[in-house]
Design a protein around this ligand. Sequence first.
Ligand code: SER
Length: 614
Amino acid sequence: MTTKELRQKYLEFFEKKGHSIISSASLIPENDPTVLFTTAGMHPLVPYLMGEKHPEGKRVTSVQKCIRTGDIDEVGDNSHLTFFEMLGNWSLGDYFKKEAIEWSYEFLTSKDYLGIDPKKLAVTVFEGDEDAPLDTEAKQAWLDLGISEDKISALPKKDNWWGPAGQTGPCGPDSEMFYWVGEGEFPPEGSNVAIDEDNWMEIWNDVFMQYNKNIDGSFTASEQKNVDTGMGVERVVALLNGYKEVYKVDTLWPIVEVVENLSGKKYEEETLSMRVIVDHLRAATMIMGDNLGLAPSNVDQGYVVRKLIRRSIRHGKKLGIDTNFCGEVASKAIEVLGSEYTELEKNKDFVLREIKKEEEQFRKTLESGIKEFEKLLKGFQMAFEKTNRKITEISGKQAFKLYDTYGFPYEMTEELAHEHDLTVDKAGFDSAFEKHQELSRKGAEQKFKGGMADTGEMSVKYHTTTHLLHVALKRVLGDHVAQKGSNITADRLRFDFTHGEKMTPEERTEVETLVNAAIARDYPISFTEMTVEEAKAQGAIGLFGDKYGEKVKVYTVGDPAGMAEGNPESDTFSKEICGGPHVESTGVLGKFRIKKEESSSAGIRRVKGVLEDL
Ligand code: SER
């Protein structure tokens, strides 16, 4: 089975069960400052899991682009990927455990769909603890389907509980489905996930969101009960084709072949480096190929992209590739995923240009690293001439500087040292490295702290202000202004948009005045549901993506019957495609001020703005 067939079968199956197909959201979450990337299909659905009405109804299904960087050190094994596709179906306060489990089972085993022999399946359910009881409902649903008792393992929270994605929010017990990957065609009698974990591979997760985690760590039953399921596309395609690893799948293997050709080496001999290169460059390509125009940089998502590319180049060096090669690998990634994610073709020039720039720059850094290494050698030589004592070891600190400042992998320093009859203090390097990891982990934890969708009062205010700012910028600077990114915290808004030059002081004042006049008019805010085409016809702005024919929510500031003008004299100030939430009327916002206007990247400006008390 191909990836394309699996996606089609899944969506078709759930469409038959009354679900609307929705398109993949961006890899960069809009208006959610608590996470860098979309990590699961449920992520873009958070407002609807928390009770907002979804324009497509109570049952939706999708294939979602996902990035997970938490497991980055495990990349290189059989199944972990930085970028992956996730299939999912959701009940937004509609069906619950019984239907979800029955449909999962039907899709997996029916001859019309995956046709998996039930004898190769095992499942898990939540065993219960002080927060929630044993999930007897899920267990019974599996028993009713004919899964035998010994194939059902009840496991604790660390295995069978999902969410919240942040500190607070919807979460609940889950039930996971596993496929036999051990020796022999079928599992031996009595084998299940609890006692034989390594021989079973997880393929699907049904989460039953029936709790809310509160800020004090306690759980309360949620008003709306949801189902959130997630199936890893690459893993399932691998299993269905009898592959023992994901890299043989059709959205990865052609990329492996490009690396084989570039290096003249075989995958079987250089598995680890080739896997890292393929995984990392595919992920970097997907992030940069998203519609937001994200380039390598030293902050946030841009920093992740930079790390992915640099790590690939180092592994390329290990394979003996010393000329620019990342573009060729990225082109293949665009080719294999471009038919599903049409934005990739559109953004291809940008991706290839930025990859090339990064690669050239990093090769220069590596060169200066070699110079630094030579300086070290000279120092050793001089010390020898002075004291007649030979230094034979590069210290942990020196090796770490080569790693941290010049991007040298430890093995490279060791190799170079070896060529000069030197050793490296590995323990010293490890301890410097660990200290550094510790610090950056703390930084990352800080970032991931906070609720998953921050719906605090100030955030909602900044969200509405962002809509006002967006149309005001268009009115003052011109229609070429398009949103390239938005990020909101409780203290400020940040808005990236296309515009060629710095804003003049007059333009800044004019934008502030328009926004503040719209606030002073105390426009009501409301939303209507319509198709993307209708929204466009009414002059709505926003990230349309490729959601043709799909229903979306359009938020209007002012009279929903009019055309958006960005002019506070008119009755309709703004219309924008958006999931919400927003304040009820603009009068509550306070006074808007642009604090900073700067370049974000080529052709993209960034505004930071605050709301002050009137
Ligand atoms: N959110 C769950 C997961 O990521 C199910 O989709 O596994």
